[in-house]
Design a protein around this ligand. Structure first.
Ligand code: HEC
Ligand code: HEC
Ligand code: HEC
Ligand code: HEC
Length: 167
């Protein structure tokens, strides 16, 4: 009996001591990108300071709160296409995977895959840092408000004054 127990314990230890599944052999392991903190409005994060006590309301409606947020992105979309109803401090991908706010580019990349690849390569967006050191990437949301990402057309400036009109 003791021998069997020892054998079992040994087996258990072996399983415990297995190196974790090798991530580096997987193709799609997300590399971690160094980014500045997400550009939240002051005081809004963590969202759970309010939402931990509220059941999620999945019904698309006019909100009494967050009135600065009017969705003009993804026709027919709603908050929970991106936010996690069960923990508002994280984002959620269509496949159910949770993503933290400092990795929101993975959320955007679900639909803007080409741009995400360009961003990683430094062709889209902005990176700062040393050419031989760590590079800091700006998140997509540092430049695009996720709820209405299109840039507003610039207001045309008044035409310059003709020299002859300067009195
Ligand atoms: C000061 C409290 C407060 C904070 C902080 C807050 N919320 Fe809310 N939020 C509310 C209230 C209240 C509602 C419900 C408004 C309504 O029903 O009209 C709401 C509604 C929502 C909804 C609509 C769905 C639902 O469950 O009602 C989403 C999505 C949401 N909040 C996301 C966030 C996210 C993301 C953050 C953090 C970045 C956040 N909220 C931070 C108070 C807050
Ligand atoms: C396309 C995906 C997407 C949709 C749809 C979406 N959000 Fe967001 N939302 C984001 C991301 C990404 C951020 C994080 C921005 C950042 O890092 O500052 C965010 C930030 C917020 C914040 C914090 C804003 C602040 O001022 O800092 C609130 C509140 C919020 N969302 C509520 C909502 C509500 C309510 C809806 C639905 C009416 C909604 N979101 C729909 C992606 C989305
Ligand atoms: C579920 C799919 C989906 C996700 C997720 C998504 N988008 Fe979009 N996005 C769209 C679609 C569809 C359009 C074009 C239609 C529209 O503008 O409403 C669009 C338009 C845009 C545009 C405007 C492009 C133009 O023509 O000027 C920008 C910028 C953008 N998205 C950025 C983002 C960012 C940043 C995120 C992540 C926070 C994101 N998107 C997440 C589907 C998505
Ligand atoms: C440093 C600022 C910055 C960052 C970071 C950034 N973008 Fe942009 N993005 C821009 C500008 C500026 C344009 C407009 C370019 C133009 O009109 O030629 C743009 C255009 C776009 C468009 C419309 C392009 C098209 O071909 O119609 C999409 C979609 C978009 N960005 C998505 C993203 C996503 C997704 C990310 C993150 C992976 C991201 N952006 C990161 C500044 C940024």
């Amino acid at each position: 009996m003791k021998k069997i127990l020892f054998a079992l314990a040994g087996l258990f230890l072996l399983i415990l001591l297995q190196p974790p599944l090798k991530a580096s052999s997987e193709q799609d392991v997300p590399k971690h990108f160094l980014v500045p903190p997400p550009p939240f409005s002051p005081g809004i994060f963590p969202c759970s300071q309010c939402h931990a006590f509220m059941p999620p309301n999945r019904k698309p409606r006019k909100l009494e709160m967050h009135q600065d947020i009017v969705l003009k992105h993804m026709p027919g979309g709603w908050c929970f296409d991106c936010h996690n109803p069960d923990n508002r401090d994280t984002l959620r991908l269509a496949n159910g995977k949770l993503v933290s706010f400092d990795e929101s580019y993975n959320l955007c990349g679900q639909c803007h895959g080409t741009i995400l690849r360009e961003w990683k390569a430094g062709l889209h967006g902005k990176r700062t840092g040393m050419w031989n050191g760590e590079k800091q990437y700006r998140l997509c949301v540092h430049c695009h408000w996720p709820h209405e990402p299109r840039f507003k057309p610039l207001k045309p400036m008044p035409p310059p004054v003709r020299p002859s009109d300067i009195k």
